[in-house]
Every structure is written in C-alpha cells, then in structure tokens.
Design a protein around this ligand. Structure first.
Ligand SMILES: [Zn+2]
Length: 238
C-alpha cells in the first residue's frame, strides 16, 4: 500500500523520477531516489527495495530519520536508506536525494579526485565535489552505507556541497526538489565523463566559484524544460 499520509502528486513525481534515472543510465538494478515529506519534514519517501525502473506508486514507503519504515509498513527496504535519513537529518535545505553508482563518476572517487564544474550545465558542483572515505568512518566494510553511523559520516563529508563521491562505491547528490536532484544526478554523470576527456587532452580550465554560482542560478530557472522532456520520454507511469 502507498503511504496514506503522503501527497499523491509527490508520490507520482517520485515514481517518475525513478524511471527517469533508469532511462538516463544513472541507475540500473541499483541506486535510489528519495524526497522529504513536505507535510512531515522528519519523514521521507523512498521505494521499497526494487530496481528503479520497476517502481510504481504502490512501492513507495515512508521512513523516519532512524531509517525505520513508518505507517506499519513491513516490506523490505533498501539496505542503504541511511544515506537518505542522515542527509535529511543533517541538511534542512535538502528536499531530495539521489544515490547511484553511475559509471563515469567511479574513477574520480577511486583516485580521490573531486569533480569540478567543466561547463555551465554543472555549475551546481560549485568549487568541487566532496569525497567520502568509508575506511575513515568504518574500517574495512562491504562499502555499503548500511547503518546510521556510516550515513552520518557520509553526511559530514557532504557538508554543504551538492555532490559527494564515495570511494570504491558511487556518489550521492542532493537538491531542493525532485526535479533539481534529477537534473543534478544526470549532469554529475555527464560532467564526470567530460572531465575525464578534458584531463586526457590537457589541463582544463574549470568554472570558478562565481561562474559556477551564476550558471547554477540560470539552470535552476530553466531546468523545467529538461524535466518535461525526461517525463515525456518515460511516458505514463500507470
Ligand atoms: Zn550504493
């Protein structure tokens, strides 16, 4: 059963967001997207453990900041729901979170080289992405954020930035809406691919802090155009 206290329109938006991430190649069988419940800011919506391309309205669950399902929901949740719970706890400005293993980002995490904004579309990266080293927080692990302690350490590494690379694992992106976080997840992957190419050619000139800030402002104002295109491409969710 979908959470009966959640806004049905927001549930639909979250389902569409799952489908967009899958269609754009940001997630495959793994990865997830969540949104904070605007009616209960200490709750968030996230699918049950399911490949994002297969998520329907009925699969959306509600969680508290301990990572526990509410509404008496006993279905199997994602192991890594603590990524979401601890970032929402730490960052009141964050309304939506995407966690993925999108491939072009992995080499940057592994070499602990931050992403930097190579072009205007990725101005939201700011000066640079953050980097999370799980060994510092948990020693040798299976690399997953499977408890609140690791989730809190990840949120600390993220700090006030929009993207955190997770060494040997993937990345997590935050935004002030579902639409914004989807845009950011897609262009984080794109920037990684382009940054890799640019590094192969020479010494790239990245956007500086002010350029990044200005470009991000424009993109926030016009990103609806891209969102509408992605929504149309996934088609009806029923
Ligand atoms: Zn993961």
């Amino acid at each position: 059963m979908p959470p009966n206290t959640a806004d049905p329109q927001l549930v639909d938006t979250l389902v569409v967001a799952n489908r967009i991430l899958a269609q754009q190649g940001i997630v495959d069988g793994f990865g997830h997207v969540s949104v904070r419940d605007p009616h209960a800011p200490d709750r968030f919506l996230l699918s049950r453990s399911l490949a994002p391309a297969q998520v329907t309205r009925a699969d959306i669950m509600r969680f508290d900041f301990e990572g526990n399902a509410v509404d008496g929901d006993t279905r199997a949740p994602y192991l890594e729901r603590y990524i979401h719970s601890e970032i929402y706890r730490a960052r009141a400005d964050v309304q939506a979170v995407v966690h993925s293993h999108s491939p072009s980002v992995i080499p940057f995490g592994a070499t602990r080289q931050p992403l930097r904004p190579l072009y205007h579309m990725s101005g939201f990266i700011g000066v640079a992405s953050a980097i999370f080293e799980i060994r510092e927080a948990g020693g040798n692990t299976d690399m997953l954020i499977r408890d609140a302690l690791l989730g809190a350490a990840l949120a600390r590494s993220l700090g006030d930035r929009s993207v955190v690379l997770m060494r040997g694992h993937g990345s997590t992106v935050v935004g002030n809406s579902v639409e914004q976080v989807i845009y950011r997840a897609i262009y984080t992957e794109m920037n990684a691919r382009l940054q890799m190419q640019a590094l192969g050619l020479g010494d790239p000139v990245f956007l500086n802090e002010e350029e990044a800030h200005l470009a991000a402002g424009v993109n926030d104002a016009v990103m609806r155009r891209a969102w509408d295109l992605w929504v149309a491409a996934v088609g009806p969710i029923a």
